[in-house]
Design a protein around this ligand. Structure first.
Ligand code: ASP
Ligand code: MG
Length: 403
């Protein structure tokens, strides 16, 4: 008997029929004797619709009330799923995030899980019940309902797997697993059979929509093996784990983020603390910065360049306005027709010439290269947004990922 946490994404529970199909799959595992904890997302596009409704009522909805509203989506799917399971002859009980004991910090719409006091879940499991948990939500230390940020049901699943010491965690989706690149962009993208936490973390942080980065972080810290697979059939998907399985390929996956902007801040050369100033202030404003570089033309100007998420521009712009005002000859510019394309692979750290191959492939396709950055398992660069798809395709071919 294993203790299994399963998470069903929104598309996998989008209709009453799909909810019944999920119920049958869950019951199948229960019949094999497993303890089942099931995390659900909201049905289909429910969260988007709720969000839209909020903005139809109010241009700046209060975040506390937004959380109240958005948390409803998952309550619909959890209760329907419990009903469907009940009809198959099994005891099921649904819990909200708060009833599940998922304790978060107080930051509405982007709360972080701080603890899981899963007494009720444990009790229900002991009574032989299948437990259904509403994803994406919790209760704050101030007893307010919070949500974990878009796509946050993955985090709920991995947090529960961690605190309940599950033997297995399955993330069930409408796709077959994690792919070498977005299949909508690269026709012969391939399912990756095995990926390390580090690779998955890089890919999801850099734009791949396979698993929420905070969920990957939970899995990595607690060494939980995760199976990312389709809810529509039983074929194996992608296993994420801690040990690198050598395949002899430098690149495991390619991703491209088009929701970003390039920022340049410059000042007179005597501004020696420009980089510290810029990044300290953006850090305080909780802005995530990527591909940071500094360039100094002796005796003339000093310049820092970096990329930020488009969604953060509302925060970034006033920070830069204030800062450049204080600097000697301070200036800034923001360019939002850019994309970051990244190659990720744990095996690249032991190979030479990977960067050269990447940049040659991009240049040979006539795509202009801008900021470049690399770490031991990732190389990223900024290119024009218009070339994003083309860049991913040429890299996929250049690194032989279409085998
Ligand atoms: N329903 C939420 C969203 O759409 C959470 C999730 O799907 O994981 O963002
Ligand atoms: Mg959803």
């Amino acid at each position: 008997m294993a203790r299994i946490v399963q998470k069903y994404g929104g598309t996998s529970v989008a209709t009453p029929e799909l909810i019944k199909a999920a119920a049958a799959r869950i019951v199948g595992l229960k019949e094999q004797g497993h303890e089942m904890i099931v995390v659900v997302s909201a049905m289909g596009k429910t969260t988007d619709q709720l969000m839209k409704m909020a903005y139809e009522v109010s241009p700046h909805p209060r975040e506390r009330e937004l959380d109240m509203l958005l948390s409803v989506g998952e309550r619909i799917s959890m209760s329907l799923l419990a009903m469907a399971i009940y009809d198959l002859g099994y005891e099921a009980i649904s819990f909200t995030g708060s009833q599940s004991g998922i304790i978060t910090d107080t930051r509405h719409t982007r709360a972080k899980i701080k603890d899981v006091k899963a007494f009720r879940i444990e009790e229900a499991l002991q009574q032989g019940k299948i437990v259904i948990v509403a994803g994406f939500q919790g209760v704050s230390e101030e007893k307010e309902i919070t949500t974990l940020g878009r796509g946050g049901s993955d985090i709920t699943a991995l947090a529960l797997a961690t605190y309940l010491q599950a033997d297995e965690c399955e993330i069930l989706k409408d796709v077959d697993g994690v792919f070498t690149a977005d299949p909508n962009v690269v026709a012969d993208a391939r399912k990756i059979p095995y990926i390390t936490y580090d690779e998955m973390l890089e890919l999801s942080n850099l734009g791949m929509k396979a698993l929420h980065p905070a969920a990957v972080e939970f899995a990595r810290q607690h060494n939980i093996r995760v199976h990312i697979r389709s809810s529509f059939h039983q074929k194996p998907g992608t296993i994420m784990g801690g040990k690198l399985q050598i395949e002899g390929r430098p690149v495991r996956g390619i991703t491209c983020n088009t929701d970003c902007a390039k920022v340049i801040v410059s000042a007179a050369a005597e501004e020696n603390t420009l980089a510290a100033n810029v990044f300290e202030r953006l850090g305080k404003a909780e802005v995530r910065v990527r591909l940071a570089t500094q360039n100094r033309i002796a005796g003339e100007r000093v310049e820092v360049a970096f990329a930020v998420n488009l969604a953060d521009l509302d925060i970034v712009t006033p920070v830069l306005q204030a800062l450049t005002h204080e600097l000697h000859q301070g200036a800034y510019s923001i360019q939002n027709d850019v994309a970051i394309v990244s190659i990720v692979g744990a095996e690249m750290s032991s190979q030479y010439g990977v960067a050269g191959r990447m940049f040659a492939a991009i240049s040979n396709a006539g795509i202009p290269l801008d900021l470049i950055s690399s770490s031991h398992i990732t190389i990223s660069c900024i290119i024009p947004k218009a070339n994003a798809g083309q860049a991913v395709r040429v890299l996929h071919e250049a690194f032989g990922l279409d085998y």
